[in-house]
Design a protein around this ligand. Structure first.
Ligand code: N2P
Length: 366
């Protein structure tokens, strides 16, 4: 008798459970750069909060802008670079003002770095700093020395002087596919204003790129450069600083004798800041604030920098960053290196279009 009663009770309980609608799990939709987080941080956030993270990646600002320009991206967190994308989105009303009350870790950020990004976002209303870095050349020093012994190892001449590019084409040259993040460095190398909108300057940069175009093995998304670099496919690649250092680490792990270094060009490297921001139409802004607050924890940030080799803006994280990473000037630039960087601004739409047309001509080689 008793077992039957028990069975009936259990059955009723099960039915009741089935009848209850499953409690919808909160989902946080993140759109971040590729190879740009510590997977453990995401796992820990999910575990601590019960929020499920849906994670997509992009690898150029052009891709991010394309995705967002249509509106209703469905993302709760995006990671645009301070200039031009983040500034543009903030001005267009496409971002949610951050509620600092929901980000108690906000003050973990270095005030001096926050002041730097204020030129893109006065009052730091729309973004917390995620990571920052420069743009320069990843190189295989042994190959470069062998093929172009007289080429300078601290300069964009290595790539941009056609004679160097010609000699180095044998071991593979790549540049990342981004008008926004490549043309300013080329303008600077030509001694022009990296933010110039003068058609003559743009033409000069285009001509310089056309002159080395026949020697390039690839103009590809930044995300495709890292692994190819690590496996020795390129000996010169114009890319983001931490991507070069990550490739260096991967190459060392693989132990196949591929040695990779990074050059911050003496002509001045582009310095950029990537921001954690919430689209104005984010489905789940509360979860987004919780995620930003979580990422600003010193130990979480230290884990991210250890993994992706970009510096963060949380000084209390620095002692927890591995010494070899913390002391690498290509990860944390020295004050002298910082002094030789330049910042870009957002161009007016017509100038931006001209820049992207010029880039398309370079890609097509005509
Ligand atoms: C990560 C590249 C991110 C840096 N792979 C570009 N702002």
């Amino acid at each position: 008798m008793l077992p039957r009663l028990l069975a009936r009770c259990l059955c009723a309980a099960a039915l009741l459970l089935l009848a209850q609608p499953a409690r919808a799990q909160t989902v946080l939709n993140v759109y971040n750069w590729s190879d740009y987080i510590d997977p453990y941080a995401v796992a820990r956030f999910q575990q601590e909060t019960g929020i499920r993270v849906r994670y997509d990646v992009f690898d150029s600002l052009e891709t991010l802008e394309g995705k967002l320009s249509a509106g209703r991206s469905g993302y709760d967190i995006i990671v645009p670079t301070s200039e031009p994308t983040f500034a543009r989105l903030a001005r267009a009303g496409a971002l949610l003002p951050l509620d600092r009350g929901k980000i108690p870790n906000w003050n973990n950020q270095d005030p001096a770095l926050l002041r730097r990004v204020e030129s893109s976002d006065s009052g730091n209303r729309f973004g917390a700093i995620y990571l920052y870095g420069t743009i320069g050349l990843a190189i295989r020093p042994d190959r470069v020395r062998a093929l172009a012994p007289d080429a300078p190892l601290d300069s964009l001449d290595l790539l941009m002087q056609p004679d160097n590019a010609r000699r180095l084409s044998r071991c593979g040259i790549a540049i990342m596919d981004s008008a926004i993040d490549v043309l300013p460095s080329v303008l600077r190398w030509r001694g022009r204003d990296p933010n110039s909108t003068d058609p003559a300057d743009l033409r000069a940069a285009e001509e310089s790129l056309m002159a080395i175009r026949p020697h390039l093995r690839a103009i590809v998304a930044s995300g495709n450069i890292m692994d190819a670099l690590a496996s020795g496919e390129y000996c010169v690649a114009l890319t983001y600083s931490g991507d070069a250092i990550q490739a260096q680490a991967r190459a060392r792990e693989a132990g196949r004798g591929v040695d990779i270094g990074f050059i911050q060009p003496r002509q001045g490297a582009q310095l950029w800041f990537d921001m954690l921001a919430i689209p104005a139409d984010a489905p789940n802004p509360d979860a987004a604030h919780a995620f930003i607050n979580f990422l600003l924890r010193p130990e979480v940030m230290a884990g991210i920098t250890n993994q992706v080799r970009y510096p963060n803006a949380v000084p209390a994280a620095t002692p927890m960053v591995r010494e070899s990473v913390r002391n690498d000037p290509n990860v944390y630039p020295t004050p002298e290196m910082l002094a030789r960087t330049f910042a870009v601004g957002a161009l007016a739409p017509a100038a931006e279009r001209a820049r992207s047309r010029s880039w398309n001509r370079v890609k097509a080689g005509r």
